[in-house]
Design a protein around this ligand. Structure first.
Ligand code: ASP
Length: 354
């Protein structure tokens, strides 16, 4: 990395050099204990200048450095930090997902721990958050956060998002609401919140369903509860899992092709999510290949590429209904559903329940 001259960069460099897997903030012992699990992303990313907000390196700073960048954390909670991974979230995989989920459950089973925060790249943050929403076995708060600007940027959003995420995770009112996504003063449910813009700071939206709450003066104000079942009310148990069934997503478009489905079947996919046009419609070009995949035992789920809405019954099309799950979240649920059942009726029920 190039030597950086401004005081800001000198500060960032000193944080970079810190090492160790467990970090701790100074705080009053009566404050709740929140464990922060760092996985990388832009929030831990650095660039060569304070104006660079693209082309930087994600997943550079340690968990300890992230905590040190928010001195007021110690007024909110006793915070410990651990590094689970340090990757851009485009590189997040099932192995890290399982390791993270097991560690979250381990921490939450400790009566001294009040809540967990996961720092994550924003690109696939919603997938990890929804996975945790389905496999965490506790009603203690779990909050996933990230940032759109690297830690070295002027106006970096990471420190404020970490403070807000820890504040929500420390709040007794946050219990029992499922896994939450907290950025930019908003508290969203992992079930509905999605990254809606490739570049904008306020990219996380919960279109069509609203937010669980907001933060005012850094204090959480809750307004809604998630109606779908989650966490302790799901049958999913990751404690003995070392891998997840392979599920692919195939995008729908004009003049599309069945060979993508044939390739998924050949490559031993156990499930396929169709990111269909409109309300999960399937063109005449792909229907025979979808039927063939189903006949071979692959579970197919219809979803929509539109970014919102619900998938209705339609006798013309093949596959289960993805409810209001976007394709990437339908994939997460289908992977977990396939760990407990291969019965299409039972999987359909799960798609509507969680
Ligand atoms: N590419 C980054 C990641 O997902 C983007 C971010 O964190 O905002 O890791």
């Amino acid at each position: 990395m190039k030597v950086l001259r401004s005081p800001l960069f000198a500060g960032m460099l000193s944080l970079l050099s810190m090492s160790g897997t467990v970090a701790q903030t100074q705080a009053q012992p009566e404050l709740p204990h929140v464990a922060v699990l760092a996985t990388g992303g832009t929030i831990a990313g650095t660039a060569e200048s304070s104006t660079q907000t693209t082309g930087y390196k994600p997943g550079v700073l340690s968990a300890e450095a992230l905590l040190k960048s928010v001195p007021s954390l110690g007024k909110v909670a006793q915070v410990t930090g651990e590094q689970v991974a340090n990757v851009g979230s485009d590189d997040m995989d099932n192995e890290i997902l399982l390791k993270l989920a097991k560690r979250v459950n381990e921490l939450l089973s400790d009566k001294e721990v009040s809540g967990v925060v996961v720092t994550h790249g924003t690109d696939t943050l919603e997938e990890t958050a929804y996975f945790l929403n389905l496999v965490v076995k506790s009603d203690k708060p779990v909050v996933v956060t990230g940032s759109m600007r690297p830690a070295t940027a002027i106006g970096a959003d990471g420190p404020s998002n970490i403070l807000q995420a820890v504040t929500v995770a420390a709040s007794p009112e946050a219990r029992g609401r499922g896994v939450m996504i907290v950025l930019n003063d908003r508290i969203g449910s992992a079930r509905y919140t999605t990254k809606s813009d490739a570049n904008a700071l306020d990219t996380f939206k919960s279109v069509g369903s609203g937010y669980l709450g907001t933060l005012v003066n850094q204090q959480p104000l809750f307004e809604m509860r998630l109606a779908k079942k989650h966490t302790t009310d799901t049958p999913f148990d990751v404690s003995k899992l070392n891998a997840l069934p392979k599920v692919d997503i195939i995008y729908g478009y004009q003049n599309d092709n069945g060979y993508m489905f044939d390739a998924a079947v050949e490559n031993k996919a156990k499930g396929i999510v169709v990111a269909g046009v409109g309300a999960g419609s399937e063109s005449r070009f792909i229907r025979p290949a979808i039927k063939n995949a189903i006949d071979k035992g692959v579970v197919v789920v219809r979803s929509t590429r539109t970014g919102g809405g619900f998938i209705p019954e339609d006798a013309a099309y093949f596959g289960l209904l993805g409810d209001s799950l976007n394709p990437q979240k339908a994939r997460i649920l289908l992977m977990l559903a396939l760990t407990v059942s291969s019965d299409p009726a039972r999987i359909q029920e799960m798609l509507h329940t969680y």
